[in-house]
Design a protein around this ligand. Structure first.
Ligand code: FE2
Length: 199
């Protein structure tokens, strides 16, 4: 069965004015779709087309001869995850269990926020900023290009796409402004809390 582009979990203009419908049309409809199309072209009529996306990411990670498949599988996985990290009227107060765990592992919510935004800012070139669960503790990490914590035995809880295609239409080169708006007005904290509870 071919890999598919999941529909957005909200309307294309639901994230306005923080993330424009133009950005979603391009980012989801063109960039994300291209990774899906490439992945299907690379795996067509092979056993790799029949396994789950998660298993394909793990199976191809760190293997130079599988780099092309990993790049596209990782980008499909990361984008599938990214869309589910946001919602209409996102941001705001955190569910208590999530906030308590953040304070326990980072010292304060503000320290976590600073670490997450800093990870996105200091990811040189294209990549991703993450909140993960690693050995029972929350941690902030960043990955380059298509890399993903899934390939490193960590459980992803939240991600910000910091490829330029994620913010250039709305923020031009101002990655810091995009990350602040993402964090304060777009994140679906209930979803993050649900993933933490299920981990
Ligand atoms: Fe992206």
């Amino acid at each position: 069965m071919a890999f598919e582009l999941p529909p957005l979990p909200y309307a294309v203009d639901d994230l306005e004015p923080y993330m424009s419908s133009q950005t979603l049309h391009l980012h989801h409809g063109k960039h994300h779709q291209t990774y899906v199309t490439n992945l299907n072209n690379l795996t067509r009529d092979t056993p790799q087309a029949t396994i789950s996306l998660e298993d394909l990411v793990k199976a191809t990670a760190g293997k130079p001869e599988q780099q092309g498949i990993f790049n596209n599988a990782g980008q499909v996985y990361n984008h599938n995850f990214f869309w589910r990290c946001m919602k209409r009227c996102g941001g705001g107060a955190l569910p208590a269990a999530l906030e308590n765990k953040i304070v326990e592992d980072f010292g304060s919510f503000e320290k976590f926020k600073e670490a997450f935004i800093q990870a996105g800012l200091t990811q040189f070139g294209s990549g991703w900023a993450w909140l993960v669960l690693d050995g029972g503790k929350l941690a902030v990490t960043k990955t380059g290009n298509a890399d993903t914590p899934l390939a490193h035995g960590k459980t992803p809880l939240l991600v910000a796409d910091v490829w330029e295609h994620a913010y250039y239409v709305d923020f031009q080169n101002r990655r810091a402004d995009y990350l602040k708006v993402f964090f304060e007005s777009l994140v679906d904290w209930e979803g993050v809390a649900a993933r933490l509870a299920a981990a």
